[in-house]
Ligand binder design. Structure first.
Ligand code: HEC
Ligand code: HEC
Ligand code: HEC
Ligand code: HEC
Length: 471
C-alpha cells in the first residue's frame, strides 16, 4: 500500500472510489446488517444450516426454516424484546437454568434480520398448507380444542383458559400460537415433528386428515382476537336453498332412521337408544340455521347428542345440506305451538311444577364444583344475554322459554321437557355444579345440547342467571 500519497490525491482517489463504488457498498451495508447480526451474534446459539438435531445438543431452537416459520410482526416483536419467553422452564430445561432473557435488537436490526430470514432461510420442504383457514368454522376449532386435550398436547404445551396458563411447561407455550406461526410451516411440522425437532421429546399424534385440519386450525386461532370464522349458513348455498330438493335428500339419507314423515319411526329406529328425534314434533322452524347445520354436518356428537346421528358433512354436498335445512324448517313446526304460544293466562300456565326430573348426575368432579362468581349486576347481565341471545349453538330461551319456565318453542314436543327454572321445588335440590356440568356436557339422550364453546366463566354467569328465575 502507498502511504506517500499527498492529501489532494487521496481526496481524489476517495472521490473516484465514491463515484464508482459507493452506491454498491452502501446497499451491501444495509442488506448486510441482518446477515452480520446473524453471523456475528445469533450463530453462537442457533443453527442456520445443516440438519436438525436433538435439542439436547443445541443452545437455541434451530432456525434453518426461520424464513418460513414466523409471522413477521411476531418475529420483530420477539427480536426487539417485546415477547415473553417461549419456554417456561428455559429451552434447555435439563440444564436447570430456567428461562433466560434473549438478545434484544433495535427495530432496524430486527427488520433486517427478518429480511435476511425471508430471503435466506427458506425450507424447500414447506409447501402451501392443505388447511384453508378461510373455511374454518367455530365448530371445527372446538374439535381442535378437544383434540388438543385428548392427544396430550396440553401435557407439554401451555395454553390459556380464562386468562390462566394451564398445561405442562415442558416445551413452547402455544397460547399465542396464532400470532406466531406461519400456517404453512406449522402444517408441515405437524406432518412429522421429527423432521424439525428430532430426539427432543416430542410426540406424533395419530390423526386423520380432518383431525389434522382441526388441530392445525385451532392453533392458528390461539391468541388471535376476533378471528373471523367461516359461517356456511351465510353462503349462497343457503340463499339458493330449495326445500323441494331438500325433501329428496331427506328421503335418501334421513328417513331410514327418522321415518318418512319425520315420526322417528324409520327402520333404523328399533335398535337405537336414544331414539332418532321425532322431527314431526319438533319446532325445527324455530331452530337456528347454524345449529341445524352443525348437527347435520358434524353429527349428533358435535352437540353432545347420540353418535348414532351421523355427521353428514363428507357425504352430502353443501347445497344439499342447505336444501335439507330449508326442508326441515319449512316442514316441521312442532306441536302446533300449543305449548309454545305466549301464555295469556299467566301463572297457571307457566310450566310443570314440581317438574319430573330424571336428569343424570354429572361426574362428581363437576357436581362438587362451587360457583366462583357472585351475582353482581355485570355477571347477571352477562348470563341474561347468553340465555336469551348469544349462547351457541342456540340461545337457551329457544327451549327453556323467555321466562325460564321450560316452555320455549324448541322444547315443544320433546321428552323429557326442558327444565322449568322458575320451579323452586325442582330447582332447589339441584346444586350449582350439576347445572354447570349439564350446560357443559349436555344431557345425553335428551334435547339438552352440550355447550362446549362456552367459557367456564360464561357457564357460571348462566348458572347465576338461572337461579334468578326461581326467586
Ligand atoms: C445466548 C444464546 C442465544 C443467542 C445469542 C440468540 N438466541 Fe435466539 N434463542 C435462544 C434461546 C435459548 C431461545 C428460546 C427462548 C425461550 O426461552 O423462549 C431463542 C429463541 C429464538 C427465536 C424463537 C425460536 C423458536 O421458534 O422457538 C428466534 C426467532 C431467535 N431466537 C432468533 C435469534 C436471533 C435472530 C439472534 C441473533 C440476533 C438470536 N436469536 C440470538 C438463544 C439465543
Ligand atoms: C411429551 C411432550 C409433548 C407432547 C405430548 C406434544 N408436544 Fe409438541 N413439542 C414437544 C417438544 C419437545 C417439541 C420440540 C420443541 C422443543 O421443546 O424443543 C415440540 C414442538 C411442538 C411445536 C413446534 C414448536 C416450535 O415453535 O418449534 C408445536 C407447534 C407443537 N409441538 C404442537 C403440539 C401439539 C399440537 C401437540 C398435540 C397433538 C403436541 N405438540 C404434543 C413436546 C410435546
Ligand atoms: C342412523 C340413524 C340416523 C340417520 C340416518 C339420521 N339421523 Fe338424525 N338423529 C338420529 C338420532 C339417534 C338422533 C337423536 C340424537 C339424540 O337425541 O341424542 C337424531 C337427531 C337428529 C336431529 C335432532 C337434533 C336435536 O337437537 O335434537 C336432527 C335435526 C336430525 N337428527 C337430522 C337428521 C337429518 C337431516 C338426517 C339426514 C341427513 C338424519 N338426521 C339422519 C339418528 C339418525
Ligand atoms: C334444544 C333445547 C334446549 C336448549 C337450546 C337448551 N336446553 Fe337446557 N335442557 C333441555 C332439556 C330437554 C332439558 C332436560 C334434560 C333432562 O331432563 O335430562 C334441559 C335441562 C337443562 C338443565 C337442567 C340440569 C339438571 O340437572 O336439572 C340446565 C341447567 C339447562 N338445561 C341449562 C341450559 C342452558 C344454560 C342453556 C343455554 C346455554 C340451555 N339449557 C339450552 C333443552 C334445552
Amino acid at each position: 500500500m502507498d502511504f506517500t500519497m499527498d492529501r489532494p490525491h487521496r481526496l481524489l482517489a476517495s472521490l473516484l472510489l465514491g463515484i464508482f463504488l459507493l452506491p454498491a457498498p452502501l446497499f451491501a451495508a444495509e442488506a448486510g446488517l441482518g446477515e452480520r447480526l446473524v453471523k456475528e451474534q445469533c450463530v453462537t446459539c442457533h443453527k442456520f444450516e445443516g440438519e436438525p438435531e436433538s435439542k439436547f445438543n443445541l443452545k437455541g431452537p434451530d432456525l434453518m426454516w426461520g424464513g418460513n416459520k414466523y409471522q413477521r410482526p411476531w418475529l420483530i416483536r420477539w427480536l426487539t424484546g417485546k415477547e415473553e419467553n417461549l419456554y417456561p422452564n428455559g429451552y434447555r430445561w435439563d440444564k436447570g437454568t430456567g428461562p433466560q432473557p434473549h438478545v434484544v435488537l433495535s427495530q432496524e436490526g430486527a427488520e433486517s434480520v427478518a429480511d435476511y430470514f425471508e430471503k435466506n432461510l427458506l425450507d424447500p420442504r414447506i409447501k402451501k398448507s392443505f388447511v384453508d383457514l378461510s373455511t374454518l368454522t367455530e365448530m371445527e376449532a372446538a374439535f381442535g380444542a378437544e383434540i388438543y386435550k385428548k392427544f396430550s398436547c396440553l401435557g407439554c404445551h401451555q395454553i390459556k383458559e380464562d386468562g390462566q396458563k394451564i398445561g405442562g411447561p415442558i416445551s413452547v407455550t402455544l397460547y399465542d400460537a396464532g400470532n406466531r406461526y406461519n400456517l404453512d410451516w406449522w402444517s408441515r411440522f405437524a406432518e412429522n415433528p421429527q423432521d424439525f425437532t428430532p430426539h427432543s421429546g416430542e410426540y406424533l399424534a395419530d390423526l386423520s386428515m380432518l383431525g389434522a385440519r382441526y388441530i392445525i386450525g385451532y392453533l392458528m386461532i390461539l391468541g388471535v382476537e376476533d378471528f373471523k370464522y367461516f359461517e356456511p349458513w351465510k353462503t349462497d348455498h343457503f340463499k339458493k336453498a330449495d326445500s323441494k330438493r331438500g325433501a329428496t335428500v331427506y328421503k335418501e339419507y334421513c328417513t331410514q332412521c327418522h321415518g318418512a314423515k319425520g315420526e322417528g319411526d324409520g327402520p333404523g329406529a328399533a335398535g337405537l337408544e336414544p331414539k332418532p328425534a321425532v322431527h314431526a314434533k319438533m319446532a325445527l322452524s324455530q331452530f337456528p340455521e347454524d345449529y341445524l347445520y352443525n348437527v347435520i354436518y358434524y353429527g349428533g356428537k358435535s352437540v353432545g347428542k347420540s353418535p348414532n346421528m351421523p355427521d353428514w358433512g363428507l357425504t352430502i354436498p353443501p347445497q344439499g345440506i342447505a336444501d335439507l335445512i330449508a326442508y326441515l324448517r319449512e316442514t316441521f313446526k312442532g306441536d302446533a305451538g300449543a305449548e309454545a304460544a305466549p301464555t295469556a293466562t299467566a301463572k297457571a300456565q307457566t310450566g310443570d311444577c314440581p317438574q319430573p326430573r330424571k336428569t343424570k348426575k354429572v361426574s362428581s368432579i363437576l357436581f362438587n364444583k362451587k360457583n366462583p362468581l357472585k351475582p353482581t349486576p355485570p355477571n347477571l347481565e352477562a348470563g341474561k344475554k347468553l340465555f336469551h341471545k348469544t349462547a351457541k349453538p342456540m340461545a337457551c330461551e329457544l327451549c327453556h322459554g323467555k321466562k325460564g319456565d321450560g316452555r320455549g318453542p324448541g322444547g315443544a314436543g320433546v321428552t323429557p321437557k326442558p327444565r322449568n327454572f322458575t320451579c323452586q321445588e325442582t330447582m332447589n335440590g339441584v346444586p350449582d355444579g350439576q347445572l354447570y356440568g349439564i350446560i357443559k356436557k349436555g344431557s345425553p339422550g335428551t334435547a339438552m345440547p352440550a355447550f362446549m364453546n362456552l367459557k367456564d366463566k360464561e357457564i357460571w354467569q348462566l348458572v347465576l342467571y338461572l337461579r334468578e328465575f326461581a326467586k
